[in-house]
Design a protein around this ligand. Structure first.
Ligand code: SF4
Length: 481
């Protein structure tokens, strides 16, 4: 049994994030003054004490009462949570022998951490060393974070001072993928709803753009869901209204994720609006996996629509893959990577499957603990990245999700000059984002602090409130811009 005790603080929820990494779930102690407990066969019993006294934080591991190791360091009050988590991670790594590729980093973007360490470390090499030593990040991941941070910063530096981005969410898909945790709805259930929805987004846009100057639109992303699920005329109308309202010359990307929704007519409409950047997301190029995910297309469809998209002037195509899909092996994943490299899109994004609440594959009870580090998958993910680099792609944005397969990351690779500005801007907390549609979020950045507004996720509620939601952005702009 492993038990965590705390003294001088009550940051149990924060420590539970680290506990869950190792044990899948955090179980509260029902007896004694311990806080979290993990039952296992191993003896002797181990106790860990996490203590805050004055300005010093200590974490001590004891096996059957005998002190084995203690970490102790001075800490400013504002940094206490970070240090408590980091020390507990060190202790659990020592106790379990488990080491995660991203070490103790939870709840923080690796590139954000890399950027902040770099500012004090002075050189990339010193910063990489600090990430490895202090945060137990593997050397390969520390280098990846540093390199991707360079690419992200280069993109952000190019943006004008008053830059903002636009997101439009279309939460409908032809069927629900088993791993999906978004608020997407099955489009076939009520086709008339899609038409009303497209009109409601147009209403929200019109209300939002009824007065204020939001700055310079640098990126527009039409995502979801699968926007190409909309009927042709609704899709055409929405894209027309969007470009009419937003204006300027932003980068515009449309998620055409599900190949079965990409028709020649949809491609023609995109082309007629001057749009040449789309996402076609196979997720896997292994034919037998797709039905297991409740996806309705075949791998041949992916190849066919890719070539059709090229013929319709889509000169910037991103394609997503997911590592850890049902019954797939690391070799299957690498097969998909090689298949996409042969197709030669401008961008390939690698995701680690995240089993989130709300998906049919959720695993929050930790029984399977697929997010434990799995060496074969960690090696395959590295090999995939090596192959992408060898094919001329480089990493340009990076984020992580809870419960990600093997503790891995999501990482976008692009050919030079084809990075999607929206992906970097949206996560940076340096650029305002106007969000439209059900479940979309808006944020106004004031001194690096994000002030957020959230649209309701429920589609019917959204239909009722669309105009009002557009107005609320006008009010927020007068307060924050
Ligand atoms: S295509 Fe994307 S949004 Fe739609 S059901 Fe699948 S995972 Fe969810």
């Amino acid at each position: 049994m492993i038990t965590l005790y705390t003294s001088g603080h009550e940051e149990h929820q924060i420590l539970a994030e680290v506990w869950r990494l190792f044990f899948g779930r955090a179980v509260l102690c029902e007896t004694g003054d311990g806080v979290l407990v993990h039952e296992q066969d191993a003896s002797p019993a181990i106790s860990i004490e996490s203590a805050l006294a004055g300005n010093r934080i200590s974490t001590t591991v004891r096996a059957s009462g005998a002190e084995s190791r203690s970490l102790s360091e001075p800490c400013a009050y504002k940094d206490r949570r970070r240090v408590l988590k980091r020390q507990l991670y060190h202790a659990l790594e020592q106790v379990t022998g488990i080491r995660f590729p991203w070490g103790s980093l939870t709840g923080v973007r690796p590139t954000q951490m890399a950027d902040s360490i770099l500012k004090t470390a002075g050189s990339p090499e010193t910063a990489i060393h600090a990430m490895v030593q202090d945060w137990r990040v593997s050397p390969a991941k520390a280098r990846l974070a540093m390199e991707t941070n360079d690419a992200e910063q280069a993109i952000l530096k190019r943006l004008p001072a008053a830059a903002y981005a636009v997101y439009v969410g279309i939460p409908f898909c032809p069927s629900r993928c088993l791993y999906c945790s978004f608020t997407s709805r099955d489009a076939g259930r009520d086709p008339s709803l899609l038409l009303r929805y497209a009109d409601a987004v147009a209403e929200e846009l019109a209300a939002c753009y009824s007065g204020p100057d939001y700055g310079t639109p640098v990126a527009v992303y039409v995502g979801g869901g699968t926007p190409t699920t909309l009927a042709d005329d609704a899709f055409d109308r929405l894209l027309g209204r969007l470009s009419g309202m937003v204006g300027g010359q932003p980068e515009v990307t449309v998620e055409a994720g599900r190949p079965e929704t990409i028709t020649n007519e949809k491609l023609r409409i995109l082309q007629s609006h001057g749009i040449s950047r789309i996402c076609i997301n196979p997720q896997t190029m292994n034919r037998e996996t797709l039905p297991k995910l409740n996806r309705l297309h075949d791998t041949d469809d992916v190849i066919r629509v890719f070539h059709e998209a090229r013929q319709h002037g889509m000169t910037d195509i991103n394609m997503d893959l997911i590592a850890g899909l049902t019954d797939e092996t690391p070799a299957d994943f690498l097969f998909s990577v090689d298949a996409l490299i042969r197709l030669n899109p401008e961008k390939i994004t690698l995701h680690a499957l995240a089993r989130k609440a709300g998906s049919f594959l959720s695993d929050q009870d930790g029984k399977n603990s697929i997010y434990r580090p799995l060496p074969a998958w960690i090696d395959a993910f590295q090999t995939a990245q090596d192959r992408l680099r060898a094919a001329g792609y480089f990493p340009y944005y990076l984020y992580r999700q809870k419960y990600a397969h093997a503790g891995l990351e999501n990482i976008g690779f692009a050919r030079p000059g084809h990075e999607t500005v929206y992906n970097v801007a949206m996560m940076s907390d340096r650029v305002h984002v106007l969000g439209f549609g059900a479940g979309a979020s808006t944020k106004f950045i004031v001194n690096t602090r994000a002030n957020r507004l959230h649209n309701p996720k429920d589609v019917r509620l959204y239909l009722e409130q669309a105009g009002q939601l557009g107005q609320s952005k006008v009010s927020a702009a007068s307060k924050f811009l």
